[in-house]
Design a protein around this ligand. Structure first.
Ligand code: AMP
Length: 285
């Protein structure tokens, strides 16, 4: 049996979530403090800790089989590696921003202007696509300060909350692409490695499905049951079991964390009692 080679970012925004995903998938990593590479104790897996910007290259030339990277990086590197799973973390957008005091009306604003960015290829593709003729000023960090110091008229940068932009008195005016962390794979995978990839993705899917979901369990009287059922989703539908106490039922359901408080308020209104809320570790459909 072979060993799956997985690349993850060695430090930075993707590191913690990548490491947590592997561990939540039941894979024990031998040592987390190694310079380049480590392996799993209980799974045929080697982990390569690489610079984020190098990961697409190593997947492409087959040094590793799969890697966890931001979609935006694949776009920047013009890399059409196959994405086998979206991971739902490091969500951000590659956007254009201009000083807050500019009256921005359309993309034509950027015609003949200078835009600072660390993502020149993505920006170039976008500008060409929209036939905008702007000058690209490539810098490797602190892009947001460049309009303030007169280096550029606008910036093209990754944004998540928008806080950094507003701190630098910039406003987001166009979204070039949305991005999140993904697992990308090499095009040249041996069959015995493919079966490990399938199992690995099966495990990570179970973990990702459970994320942001809660299991709730409570008791409710018969006369409110129909109302309660209409409020609650479930994986299929809520489970209802009669209690030993007459006219009462135990209800169980899986709900999205985003709707949690809304649902809680409603079921309480219809007499839900003894409400238990639990995290879910994995969901296997
Ligand atoms: P970094 O650790 O800053 O090199 O970023 C690594 C990856 O995290 C990038 O390629 C993006 O996919 C993602 N990322 C970068 N900036 C942000 C941000 N502000 N919010 C969320 N994700 C980001």
């Amino acid at each position: 049996m072979g060993t799956l080679k997985l690349a993850i970012q060695k430090s930075g925004r993707l590191f913690d979530n990548s490491q947590n995903l592997i561990q939540s998938s039941g894979i024990e990593i031998v040592s987390k403090n190694v310079a380049l590479k480590t392996k799993a104790k209980n799974y045929p897996l080697e982990i390569y800790y690489l610079r984020n910007s190098d990961i697409p290259k190593y997947i492409n030339n087959g040094v590793v089989d799969i890697g966890i990277v931001g979609q935006n990086l694949l776009f920047e590197r013009n890399n059409d590696l196959e994405v086998i799973q979206k991971l739902g973390f490091s969500k951000c957008r590659l956007s254009l921003a201009v000083p807050q005091n500019i009256k921005y009306e359309s993309l034509q604003f950027f015609d003949g202007k200078k835009i600072a960015t660390s993502y020149p290829n993505s920006l170039k593709k976008f500008l060409n696509q929209h036939k905008i003729n702007a000058k690209i000023h490539q810098i490797s960090g602190s892009v947001e300060i460049s309009p303030g110091i007169g280096l550029a008229d606008g910036v093209c940068d990754l944004v998540s909350t928008g806080f950094t932009l507003s701190q630098n008195r910039l406003k987001e005016v166009e979204i070039i692409m949305n991005s999140e962390a993904v697992i990308a794979r090499s095009s040249n995978i041996k069959p015995e490695i493919q079966s490990i990839i399938d199992d690995f993705v099966f495990r990570t899917s179970a973990v990702l499905k459970a994320k942001n979901k809660k299991y709730i369990l409570f008791n409710v009287k018969n006369d409110h049951l129909d109302k309660i059922i209409s409020i609650l989703p479930g994986l299929e539908s809520p489970s209802i079991q009669p209690l030993a106490k007459q006219h009462w039922n135990s209800v169980q359901a899986v709900i999205n964390e985003s709707r949690f408080w809304d649902i809680l308020t409603k079921i309480k209104k219809y007499g839900a009692k003894d409400i238990l809320v639990m995290p879910i570790e994995k969901i296997i459909p």
